[in-house]
Design a protein around this ligand. Sequence first.
Ligand code: ADP
Length: 306
Amino acid sequence: MSNRVVVVGSLNQDLVVNLDRMPNSGETVFGNSLERHAGGKGLNQAVAAAHLGAPVTMVGSISSDSAGDFLQRVVEDESIDATGISRVDGLAGTAVIEVERSGANRIIVIPGANATVNADQVRAALEAIPDIAVVLTQGEVPADAVTAAMEVGRARGARTILNPSPVQDYPDELYALVDIAIPNEHEIELITGMKTSTSVDATAAARKLAERGVGTVIVTRGAHGSVWATLTRSGSAGAFTVRPVDTVAAGDAFCGVIAASLAEGRSLSEALRWGSAAGALAATREGAVPSLPTREEVEELVNIDD
Ligand code: ADP
């Protein structure tokens, strides 16, 4: 049986500027440092799945300039199959992240090459892959690319997973192609208009999205863990207790590891436990890709009370 995870999604260069305080309009301030990291929800989730040992193919677009070369190298260094990545003219997908000494941040995202990902490209890339267990996608590529990913995944008998982040206005026809949706609390509130302050509320919101056609909806709740609902059943997965340092990419670690665990043949409840461990570990380290845990680290936490 195939255990390949295909991630259709964004790849960004994250430019992180550390500064004492943000400039006011018209003001110039000195920055203390500038770092470049690989990021983008698609790439983060692909790396999280690859760290679990799953064969991963990334489908997306990167620019043909040196920023694109940087992203291509990261993909290859993580042993992710890059044959589904197109090189295109124009700007690189870029996030400019300004972080004040106080920890407050401001982020500007330029979609760049990610905005060029389209349905034909996704269909052609997926059709060229002989074995697919799971197709995973997010809201940082255009909706027609997301729809094509879920359509072809469903037609090929793969599990289809949508992380609706950032939230887009998707029609119910798209949700009907999704086996598992993984929004966080803020995202499920935007999608359903329902509150999620308690686990009971979050479960009701999850069910609401299931009623729009998604098989299983998992709502992540940070340090409170996650809840899930289908049309007829619901449950929860506790969070592991860690000392959080930076929760960036916790959700991406969770999604990528759930995809890889399901691709290995684990049950949804086992996959939830593995995903929760990966999310907790990602919260203990700074950054996106650099915070994603190894399989050994996830396995150790999963087995902690055995
Ligand atoms: P997002 O990054 O999309 O907002 P969450 O913050 O909800 O996603 O995190 C996803 C999952 O990662 C959570 O459901 C939980 O299992 C785990 N996680 C995140 N933050 C923490 C934390 N502070 N302590 C323990 N687990 C966490």
